[in-house]
Design a protein around this ligand. Structure first.
Ligand code: COA
Length: 107
């Protein structure tokens, strides 16, 4: 069964989150900068990774915020380890910023 995704949204920010257990959650957020929604955080609790929870959270953001943009990086992973995740969601680096700093969704 798919977990319940909850949503918190204002005019300039959106957060999708799943409460797995007491004090155990996964979350994805984006902020509106100009006319684009920049992903500021995607974090899936270590116990729940590789179960398509991150995919579900980002897809939920996408249904409420078009023009999602991301700079892969941060947390406990090197950007290179996040590339597979974003590629699987249809994100590719664009040419507006160099060195993979800006990835946009193609699907
Ligand atoms: C990156 C992260 C959000 C992925 O969440 P997840 O729920 O485990 O990802 P999914 O299960 O939805 O993965 C979807 C696809 O992405 C790719 N993928 C996910 N994690 C990957 C990894 N560590 N290495 C390579 N590819 C990966 C795979 O193709 C995967 O599909 P598959 O499992 O069927 O092969 C999670 O590992 C995490 O929270 N990491 C720490 C925080 C972080 O780095 N956030 C991103 C900041 S930009």
């Amino acid at each position: 069964m798919q977990p319940e995704v909850r949503l918190s949204k204002s005019e300039t920010s959106i957060t999708a989150y799943i409460q797995h257990e007491l004090c155990v959650s996964s979350t994805a957020s984006a902020d509106l900068i100009g006319n684009e929604w920049w992903i500021s955080r995607v974090f899936v609790h270590a116990k729940y990774r590789r179960q398509h929870i991150g995919t579900l959270l980002v897809k939920t953001l996408q249904t409420h915020a078009s023009n999602l943009v991301v700079t892969p990086g941060g947390y406990d992973m090197e950007p290179v380890h996040q590339y597979g995740f974003y590629r699987s969601l249809g994100f590719v680096p664009d040419s507006i910023l160099p060195e993979g700093l800006r990835w946009t969704a193609t699907k």
